[in-house]
Design a protein around this ligand. Structure first.
Ligand code: HEM
Length: 229
């Protein structure tokens, strides 16, 4: 087992597993955040965010999520360095355009863009909600329950700063391109791919990446644009 996990295929296997776990997180995260689109009073989003923050199961999953991100990034770095050293001479001159997509050749760069987005994102929201606090988070009471006003924090950031909206749109596009390649690739690494399934998983990857990237980009744009109308 230890030998398998330290081999290249073992590392790809762990990257695929952690990537699929992160995909589930993103679908849940997008569902919670999409409440911003459906209720401009903020009640729906605040209740969903409060449920996520106070649910004991979610609190257990949070450190697992952090480990998932760290594993995924760590193995991406190791595998990229490994492939740079074992790449055949003249590789750069090969025309890869027909057999691979732009996103498949730039997974590491896309990953770095997502990581940059994530650092800004965590500093803006998660860090303030969990640790430092912020005036905008001053408690609201919804149906008798006191909770932080996460809606005010998130929407005020999007309304006040265009560049933050830009960062979210660019981050979402990078995420979509990253996911487009990685979904079928992860299933293939886990052994679930043949001619027919390759095409199906490609379609699943395309749809999932469009929904996730489109959804995450739409939220800040919607918040900003609706204040201008
Ligand atoms: C419109 C886009 C987004 C909004 C409005 C949003 C909102 C938030 C908020 C409010 C939190 C803090 C939750 C809390 O601690 O109570 C959070 C945390 C987090 N977000 Fe996002 N997010 C967005 C996009 C993304 C994307 C694209 C990713 C991944 C690439 C992501 C990854 C995370 C992670 C890892 C955390 C920390 C774990 C957690 O609190 O669940 N977010 N987000």
């Amino acid at each position: 087992m230890a030998q398998f996990l330290s081999s290249s295929i073992g590392k790809k296997f762990l990257m695929s597993l952690s990537g699929l776990f992160l995909l589930v997180f993103m679908l849940v995260h997008l569902t919670v955040n999409s409440m911003i689109l459906f209720d401009s009073s903020g009640e729906l989003f605040n209740r969903a965010a409060h449920f996520m923050a106070s649910n004991p199961i979610i609190r257990i999953v949070e450190p697992v999520l952090a480990i998932g991100f760290i594993l995924h990034i760590l193995y991406a770095v190791i595998l990229t360095i490994h492939s740079l050293y074992t790449r055949p001479v003249g590789y750069k001159k090969q025309k890869l355009g027909h057999s691979s997509t732009w996103s498949s050749r730039n997974m590491f760069i896309l990953g770095l863009a997502i990581l940059t987005f994530l650092v800004i994102h965590i500093a803006n929201f998660f860090w303030k909600i969990k640790f430092t606090g912020h005036d905008l988070l001053a408690d609201v009471t919804i149906h008798g329950v006191h909770m932080e006003n996460s809606y005010a924090l998130v929407t005020t950031f999007f309304i006040d700063w265009w560049w933050i909206v830009g960062v979210y749109v660019i981050g979402s596009i990078a995420l979509g391109l990253h996911l487009y390649h990685s979904i079928w690739s992860a299933f293939q690494t886990l052994g679930w791919s043949n001619g027919i399934w390759r095409r199906r998983l490609n379609l699943v990857g395309l749809l999932a990446s469009l929904v996730i990237a489109g959804g995450f980009a739409l939220i800040p744009l919607w918040v900003k644009i609706s204040t201008l109308l």
